[in-house]
Design a protein around this ligand. Structure first.
Ligand code: ATP
Length: 355
C-alpha cells in the first residue's frame, strides 16, 4: 500500500484553513534557524501556526518530551532541530530517538541532490537514502555485565520493520521512476540481524520485478560513495549505517548546512536538517547555514499541501545559493546567515505570487 495513502489516516490539525505544526527548536543552532523559518513564513503569509516547545537537555524528567509527543500527536506534523543529548549522561535516553520511537516514525528519507555551482567532491549527485529509523543499533538497550569493564549492547532487527522500510524504498523507486534499489548491510559478520534485514529486502524486491535490486556491504559502500557515487539511486539500510551514509553523502554533496531529511510513520511526520547536527560550536555567531532548515520547512509545506508557498520559497532559496551565490563559511563563502535570509526575502519580493 503506498505510504502517502496511509499517512492520511489521521488528518493533520487545521483551524480555519491554517495548519498547526509543532516546532521543536532543539539546541545549538536550532533556535536561530527556526527564527529564520518563522521570518520567511511570516513574510510569505504561509498559513501555518507553530506550537513551539523547548526541550531542556538538562532536565531530569521527561515532561518536556511528553508534552512534545502530545503536541505532535494532535498536530500530526512537526519541524525540529537536534535535541542535545550529552554523552556523559548515561542515564538519559536520547530525546531524538525517544520521539521517533514513540511516534513510530519507522523511516527516514534523505534526498541528496547536489546544488550546481557549490564546490563539492562530486557534482550531479542524486541519491535517496531510505533508512530504518526506530530500531537496529539505536535500540538503546545497553548494560554493564556483572564483570566490570564488559558492556553489552543490543541491536534489534525485526522482520516487520525491515519489510516496512524495504517496501518504502521500492515504492519510492517505483513512484519516482528510479530503476535500482541498493540494500546496505554487514550480513557477512552480523549474520542473523543484518541477515534478516537483507533477506527481507530480497523478499520484498520480488514484488517489484521492474526495479533492479543489489546489495552492498557497508564498508565497501562508503568507499564506493566517495569514489563513484553515481552508481547509486535509492539506498535501503538499517539505522546506524543510515546515519553514517547520510553524513558521507551530505559531506560529498556540500556539507551539513544544505540538505533536509524527512521522518515518516503511518500517522505522523517530522521534518529536520538531514545530518541532524546540533552545531553547538557555531551557535549565536550568525554563520550557520540556514538552508538545511529552510529545506526542511519546504518539505513540510509540500507535505501539508501548501505547494504555492513551498515552490516560491524553494525557488528563492535555489536562486540565493546557485545564482546569487550568497554562501556561508561552510560552503566556502564569507556571508552571514542573515545575508542569506535577506537575499531570500529579496528574491521572494520580486515575485508576484497569487496565494
Ligand atoms: P555536537 O553535539 O557536539 O554539536 P553534532 O554531532 O551534533 O555535535 P556538530 O559538531 O554540531 O555535530 O556538527 C558537525 C559539523 O557540521 C560541525 O562542524 C558544524 O559546525 C557543522 N554544521 C552543522 N550544521 C551546520 C549548518 N547549518 N551550517 C554550517 N555548519 C554546520
Amino acid at each position: 500500500q503506498p505510504l502517502q495513502k496511509r499517512l492520511t489516516a489521521i488528518p493533520n490539525a487545521q483551524y480555519g484553513g491554517r495548519h498547526a505544526v509543532t516546532m521543536l527548536p532543539g539546541g545549538g543552532i536550532g533556535p536561530e534557524l527556526m527564527n529564520y523559518v518563522r521570518e520567511i513564513f511570516r513574510y510569505c503569509g504561509v498559513p501555518v501556526d507553530f506550537e513551539i516547545i523547548d526541550i531542556d537537555p538538562n532536565s531530569e524528567g521527561n515532561d518536556d518530551l511528553e508534552y512534545a509527543i502530545t503536541s505532535i500527536k494532535r498536530n500530526g506534523v512537526a519541524i525540529k532541530g537536534n535535541i542535545e543529548t550529552k554523552s556523559e549522561q548515561t542515564d538519559t535516553i536520547s530525546r531524538n530517538v525517544a520521539l521517533r520511537n514513540e511516534l513510530d516514525l519507522f523511516v527516514n528519507v534523505l534526498e541528496c541532490k547536489s546544488y550546481p555551482g557549490i564546490i563539492s567532491r562530486h557534482q550531479n549527485i542524486d541519491i535517496v537514502i531510505v533508512r530504518q529509523n526506530t530500531e537496529g543499533e539505536y535500540a538503546m538497550l545497553e548494560h554493564e555485565q556483572s564483570v566490570p569493564g564488559v558492556v553489552e549492547s543490543m541491536k534489534v532487527v525485526t522482520d516487520e520493520n525491515s519489510e516496512r522500510v524495504a517496501r518504502y524504498a521500492f515504492e519510492y523507486a517505483k513512484n519516482t521512476g528510479r530503476s535500482r534499489v541498493t540494500t546496505v548491510h554487514k550480513a557477512n559478520i552480523m549474520k542473523l540481524s543484518d541477515g534478516l534485514f537483507l533477506e527481507t529486502s530480497r523478499r520484498v524486491a520480488k514484488d517489484y520485478p521492474d526495479i533492479k535490486h543489489n546489495d552492498m556491504i557497508i564498508d565497501n559502500c562508503c568507499m564506493q560513495l566517495v569514489s563513484n557515487p553515481h552508481q547509486f539511486e535509492v539506498m535501503n539500510m538499517t539505522n546506524l549505517y543510515g546515519t553514517i551514509v547520510s553524513n558521507v553523502i551530505c559531506g560529498i554533496a556540500g556539507g551539513a548546512g544544505l540538505l533536509s531529511g524527512k521522518n515518516y510513520g503511518d500517522h505522523y511526520a517530522i521534518f529536520e536538517p538531514g545530518t541532524r547536527n546540533t552545531g553547538t560550536a557555531i551557535a549565536g555567531k550568525n554563520i550557520a547555514n540556514p538552508v538545511a532548515m529552510l529545506n526542511a520547512s519546504i518539505d513540510m509545506l509540500y507535505h501539508l499541501g501548501h505547494k504555492h508557498h513551498a515552490d516560491a520559497i524553494a525557488d528563492a532559496v535555489y536562486k540565493t545559493v546557485c545564482e546569487d551565490r550568497i554562501h556561508t563559511p561552510d560552503l566556502g563563502g564569507s556571508h552571514t546567515s542573515l545575508d542569506v535570509i535577506q537575499n531570500i526575502v529579496r528574491r521572494l519580493s520580486e515575485k508576484t505570487i497569487h496565494w
